[in-house]
Design a protein around this ligand. Structure first.
Ligand code: 13P
Length: 250
């Protein structure tokens, strides 16, 4: 059985005060949900604060992005080694906002995936189609291409120690959540596609759904056979919503 994972992606949001109240507001629910893994991905500048606030509870944390470089003349970047030093467990990689606003290609995403694993972090590989791609019925091909680009570089066995987040771009921040049937269809396709390469990997890998997940929609989404939790944006910034989403994964 795969343990469900509920992960908040805070994106470019937060203040020292809001970070403190969010973590303090989540810890009781996270500790009580013993069969659910709970994690947050703060902006890098809040990582030390989150590390301190989560030292004595079960909340894990990760980066939203890292450099492929470890150190050197790369202004503005954060290295996976630094993220690891602060005690992070995860790093997102290939979020659609990185692909769209920072021109991250599948090749860049693959290189980051490898760097994340090489330094002891678990990559959360984000994939998903645009509305145009969905309407052209190429969703399966899009997610396969995104996965294949990483597998070609990292190898299929690397997926034993990673998380996949299926985030249809048309559902991100739009309030248009995929129906549980729409999400399950793609999740099952991803798992079956992986199964053809490794049954072990396909059975083990957590596949999260992301895109306008709310407390009200979480339970039905997470009840689907191939949906192992959620990657949550906006609702992860509201304590009651995020607690409700954790409850939905129990
Ligand atoms: P929303 O939950 O705000 O749609 O964001 C989803 C997302 O992009 C999480 O990474």
């Amino acid at each position: 059985m795969r343990t469900p994972l509920v992960m908040g992606n805070w994106k470019l949001n937060g203040t020292k005060a809001s970070v403190k109240s969010l973590i303090e507001g989540l810890e009781a629910a996270a500790d009580a949900a013993t069969n659910v893994e709970v994690a947050v991905c703060p902006p890098a500048i809040f990582m030390e604060q989150v590390a301190n606030l989560t030292a004595n509870n079960s909340i894990k944390f990760g980066a939203q992005d890292v450099s492929t470089h470890i150190d050197g003349a790369y202004t503005g970047e954060t290295s996976p080694v630094m993220v690891k030093e602060f005690g992070a467990t995860y790093s997102l990689v290939g979020h659609s906002e990185r692909r769209q606003y920072h021109n991250e290609t599948n090749e860049v995403v693959a290189a980051k995936f490898v760097a994340i694993q090489a330094h002891g972090l678990v990559p959360v590989l984000c994939i998903g189609e645009t509305l145009e791609e969905r309407e052209s019925n190429v969703t399966s091909q899009v997610v396969e291409t995104q996965l294949k680009a990483v597998i070609d570089v990292a190898g299929i066995n690397a997926f034993e120690n990673c998380v996949i987040a299926y985030e249809p771009i048309w559902a991100i921040g739009t309030g248009k959540v995929a129906t549980s049937a729409q999400a399950q269809e793609v999740h099952a396709h991803i798992r079956n596609w992986l199964k053809a390469q490794s049954e072990v990997v396909a059975e083990k890998v957590q596949i999260l759904y992301g895109g306008s997940v709310k407390a009200a929609s979480a339970k039905e989404l997470f009840a689907q056979a191939d949906i192992d939790g959620g990657l949550v944006g906006g609702a992860a910034l509201i304590i009651t919503e995020f607690v409700g989403i954790i409850e939905g994964a129990k």
